[in-house]
Design a protein around this ligand. Structure first.
Ligand SMILES: NC(=O)c1ccc[n+]([C@@H]2O[C@H](COP(=O)([O-])OP(=O)(O)OC[C@H]3O[C@@H](n4cnc5c(N)ncnc54)[C@H](OP(=O)(O)O)[C@@H]3O)[C@@H](O)[C@H]2O)c1
Length: 266
């Protein structure tokens, strides 16, 4: 760190770098937080690759990005399949030229008691929230490391979506919490491994956000979730935080952001 007198440039407010000339891949971009994030990063100038299974919904998000003057690539893909996850990364780099930002957002939350839980729900969460994230990260890392050595930013980003449930395990969210605690552990270890190579790893932990996430639960569980639902945030609130994270200057990493609706106590 320089101990010399700061120049007027150094004393100015921190610069907010825009994302022109960069490429972002957002998984789970067909709805909720992923769709909002893709639009937010495109608004900052990034070309965005949109990955999820529902092509019609991805097409809608891509149209909104293009209407705003941005560039969007639609990737119909199931990230729980390692070949499809690797192919999504390869197509992004093949068609958009590089990869600077990976947002591992695709996720599923299937709540309820452990006793008598359908094992298929646990498999679904582990395969998507953990393995999907790992497959995308593994395929993306060589490209992110290359981008971090290159113009325009000499830094690259991985943003992993965890949850308040990744900080606090509660009765009824055992396996969802297990997956999100795993995302936290993986993110922190990876951060230590690559931070000197200027690939930043950030963890975002939202509280209740109005999206389609809860709708995949069994009806009796869904009723229970709805009865406990209080104030919710909007997907755009989380997208805002992600856009903030990836537009910091090269010397600054936002490691972790926990965001709750103001009225959410736990
Ligand atoms: N909403 C909340 O309250 C909240 C709170 C904390 C954390 N989070 C986290 O935020 C992330 C986004 O969730 P959300 O709330 O925006 O829910 P959402 O609207 O249900 O979005 C989930 C996204 O994941 C995609 N997806 C599901 N399975 C996939 C697969 N096999 N391959 C590729 N994409 C897949 C879905 O698209 P397709 O169905 O088209 O594939 C969808 O775009 C999740 O990781 C979630 O755990 C949300």
């Amino acid at each position: 760190m320089s101990m010399s007198t700061p120049t007027s440039d150094e004393t100015a407010a921190p610069r907010r770098e825009r994302l022109e000339g960069t490429v972002a891949l957002v998984t789970g971009a067909s709805s909720g937080i992923g769709a909002a994030t893709a639009r937010a990063l495109a608004a900052q100038g990034a070309a965005v690759a949109l990955a999820a299974r529902r092509k019609d919904r991805l097409d809608e998000v891509a149209a909104a990005v293009r209407d705003g003057g941005g560039t969007a690539l639609v990737l119909e893909c199931d990230v729980t399949d390692e070949v499809q996850a690797a192919s999504a990364v390869a197509q992004t780099v093949g068609e958009l030229g590089r990869l600077d930002t990976l947002v591992n957002n695709a996720g599923v939350m299937l709540l309820g008691p452990v006793v008598d839980a359908p094992l298929s729900e646990w498999k679904n969460m582990v395969e998507l929230n953990l393995l999907g994230l790992l497959y995308c990260t593994h395929a993306a890392l060589p490209h992110l490391l290359a981008a971090a050595e290159d113009d325009p930013r000499h830094v690259a980003d991985i943003v992993n979506l965890s949850s308040v449930a990744g900080r606090f395990a509660r009765n009824g969210n055992a396996v969802y919490s297990l997956t999100k605690f795993g995302v936290m552990a993986f993110s922190e270890s990876l951060r230590q491994e690559i931070t000197k190579r200027h690939v930043r790893v950030s963890l975002v932990e939202p509280g209740a956000t109005a999206t389609e996430l809860a709708s995949h639960n069994r009806s009796e569980i869904l009723e229970n979730i709805r009865s406990q639902f209080g104030q919710t945030m909007e997907a755009g609130d989380i997208a805002d935080a992600i856009a903030y994270i990836v537009t910091r200057r090269r010397e600054v990493t936002i490691n972790e952001v926990l965001i709750r609706p103001t009225e959410q106590e736990r």
